[in-house]
Design a protein around this ligand. Structure first.
Ligand code: NAD
Length: 357
């Protein structure tokens, strides 16, 4: 299959692209290497995607130029060579806000995994326009381009941030959506556009409401990566607020799994699905878990809770289970242990970037 992964140099998109390339698909990654967090991690993701494609078959990966690291609306067509036969990996250094570029890339795709976004609630509180421009306009570009093609499916990354204030927990998809951050509003707009494009134009779309995803190569500005970096540095983890907030942390392998299912399964077309782990944990318990795994002698530090953070997230995944057989398999204990092991092995390049954020 020809697969377009927008935001494929990022954390989740990087894992998706690598997994698809390893299976021998023709993968194109569109990413502008937005420098809002360390571009080095993104370059690493691109290299891993290429390596997976090379391993996947004798045809090997298309060797394309990785260039830039700047947020660019312009794009040089020569940077996307024609797709090769067999498994391949192409990197397009460009912007989802560039409608012409998106149209050209979507036209060549059998399926699109739209991950590109300004992720994270806190950055959206500081700069509310950026997530609107990228997450809403970018999503609209992808959907509108797909409307003009016979693409088999558009799978969008939405977020538990669309729920905001819990009226009951765990959230099912019928729970009211009252986002508490500009980011949550932008993700809600994106998934609603997808639903409408399905209803009005018959476009096969599926929006996945991810619940706090973690694992190797995760964004450095998240609780699990920060706690781990600090503990490995001999410093106590810093917990925001009193730590009684709860999160449904979802391991990256479970996220990759459901996305892979959607490559061929049309049972959820037109739907919005929660994708969480179904377990939730208080943030201070998570900090203790990480600290006790690394160095139990370290204490805990507390800092003021930033605006825009939801107090609780907890997923009811019955709908995803019923429609596409989604079953999260990695517990927080297992996932954190795997992450810490990975972090230790990759300290050389990952840790300085984490501490930088
Ligand atoms: P990420 O920041 O690692 O990945 C996003 C990628 O998109 C980055 O590589 C970035 O360079 C790219 N990008 C940003 N703006 C772009 C633009 N204008 N044009 C092209 N590329 C652009 O984030 P992630 O954690 O991998 O998240 C992936 C998706 O999942 C996002 O849509 C995010 O909103 C959603 N999501 C993530 C989580 C989570 O916990 N990680 C939870 C819920 C939803």
């Amino acid at each position: 299959m020809d697969i377009l992964v927008t935001g494929g140099a990022g954390f989740i998109g990087g894992h998706l692209a690598e997994s698809f390339a390893r299976d021998g698909h023709d993968v194109t990654v569109l990413d502008n290497l937005d420098p809002y967090y360390a571009v080095g991690i993104k370059r690493q993701n691109i290299e891993l995607g290429r390596a997976a494609a090379r391993e996947s078959n004798s045809a090997g990966a298309d060797d394309t130029r990785v260039d830039g690291g700047q947020t660019r609306l312009e794009y040089d067509e020569t940077e996307v060579p024609a797709s090769d036969t067999g498994g391949s990996y192409e990197f397009a250094d460009g912007d989802v806000r560039n409608a012409d570029l998106v149209e050209r890339l979507v036209a060549d795709a059998d399926i699109v995994y739209h991950q590109a976004a300004q992720a994270g609630v806190r950055t959206s509180v500081d700069d509310p326009r950026k997530p609107n421009d990228i997450n809403v306009d970018g999503t609209l570009n992808v959907l509108d381009a797909a409307r003009k093609t016979d693409v088999e499916r558009i799978v969008l990354a939405s977020s538990s941030s669309v729920y905001g204030k819990p009226e009951y927990l765990p959230y099912d998809e019928a729970h009211p959506t009252t986002p508490v951050s500009p980011y949550g509003v932008s993700k809600l707009a994106g998934e609603q556009y997808a639903r409408v494009y399905h209803e009005v134009y018959g476009l096969p779309t599926v929006a996945l409401r991810y619940f706090t995803v973690y694992g190797p190569r995760m964004r450095p500005n998240m609780a699990i990566s920060n706690f781990t970096a600090r503990c490995l540095n001999g410093e106590p983890p810093v917990v925001y607020g009193d730590g009684s907030q709860t999160r449904d942390f979802t391991y990256i392998d479970d996220i990759v799994g459901v996305n892979r299912t959607l490559m061929t399964d049309d049972s959820a077309d037109g739907e919005i699905l929660n994708v969480g782990s179904t377990g939730n944990i208080e943030i201070h318990t998570l900090a203790e878990l990480i600290r006790d795994t690394i160095d139990p002698s370290l204490g805990l530090e507390y800092a003021e809770q930033p605006m825009g953070d939801a107090q609780h997230t907890h997923a009811d995944v019955s709908k995803a289970r019923e429609l596409v057989g989604y079953e999260p398999t990695t517990s927080i204990r297992q996932g954190v242990a795997q992450y810490i092991e990975w972090f230790r092995a990759n300290r050389d390049w990952y840790e300085p970037l984490v501490l930088q954020s």
